[in-house]
Design a protein around this ligand. Structure first.
Ligand code: MF3
Ligand code: CO
Length: 286
């Protein structure tokens, strides 16, 4: 838990604007809506801090994109991420997070998420790999991931990767102030299921910014007009995990981290950190 002094940081103009928003939130709550706590509605100063963190985070992903290749181990990706992040005055958020041993998650083929970089995992032509990067800069957190296709991949895997990307896009486009989290989940779910894929439910997006994982849980399935109200100043991730086969997953008992598809079929994931603005939503890192 961090202490922060809201009042001291707000100009009279920002304070007035925030009060209007908080009053509107109260009105929604009185009507029975699930609403975010004030802590989840970031101030301009906090958003600035998150943006700076996100700049490094996107830089890491761009650097990985330029370096990733067949024959490389996922441990090499981890080293690239660590060196770049530290070189930019930041800290990789996954490192030692709840005992996670590396600086980045690398999830290959049937690995859904939270894959641990290793010297033993060599990327091969035809692999699809998610690289999930999270950064802390000056105490502010950001989080995004991309898929990479190594050399020629099968048309089936390519379609999965591209559809997963589309699922994130439609989810992002459904995010708007005074809408609901369920709008995002519904859009993602429809996109995935229309293509014959399934959506992982046990893991989802999350609030982010002052901590790595804040409320709310961002489900990638849902119904429109349900779940938490979306309010300007909220910052959270959208990170759908889309399975080619069944949605069932399990956690590797050997390392306690890596999530895999139960049927062994491939899974794909893309992730943005998004900010709800006064008029829509903005990608902070992706
Ligand atoms: N973006 C991932 C998440 O929010 C990053 C996990 S890092 C780990 O779950 F350390 F928890 F693995
Ligand atoms: Co995340």
């Amino acid at each position: 838990m961090k202490f922060f002094k809201l009042k001291e940081r707000l100009t009279p103009e920002e304070k007035a604007k925030r009060d209007v928003i908080l009053q509107k939130v109260k009105d929604y709550r009185a009507r029975g809506c699930r609403v975010p706590s004030p802590k989840l509605i970031k101030t301009e100063a906090q958003i600035e801090g998150i943006r700076r963190s996100a700049e490094v985070n996107t830089g890491v992903l761009d650097m990985v994109a330029s370096q990733i290749h067949a024959g490389m181990t996922t441990a090499e990706i981890d080293k690239l991420v660590y060196d770049y992040t530290v070189g930019h005055g930041a800290v990789p958020a996954p490192l030692n997070y709840e005992g996670f041993p590396k600086s980045v998650c690398t999830s290959v083929n049937e690995e859904v998420c939270h894959g641990i970089p290793s010297e033993k995992v060599v990327l091969r032509e035809g692999d699809i790999v998610n690289v999930d990067v999270s950064t802390i800069l000056d105490g502010y957190y950001s989080d995004a991931s991309r898929m990479f296709m190594i050399g020629e991949v099968s048309p089936e895997k390519k379609r999965l990767v591209e559809t997963a990307r589309q699922c994130l896009e439609v989810g992002f486009r459904a995010a708007r102030p005074w809408g609901f989290l369920g709008d995002i989940g519904a859009a993602v779910q429809e996109c995935a299921e229309k293509h014959g894929y399934s959506v992982v439910r046990e893991y989802g997006g999350h609030g982010v910014g002052l901590e790595f994982h804040e409320d709310p849980f961002v489900s990638h399935v849902g119904r429109r007009g349900t779940d938490m109200l979306l309010v300007p100043g909220m910052v959270f991730t959208i990170e759908p995990m889309i399975n080619m086969g069944k949605r069932k997953i399990y956690v590797d008992a050997g390392n306690g981290w890596t999530v895999l598809t139960d049927d062994g079929k491939p899974s794909a994931q893309w992730e943005y950190t998004v900010l709800i603005t006064d008029s829509g939503a903005e990608i902070i890192t992706g």
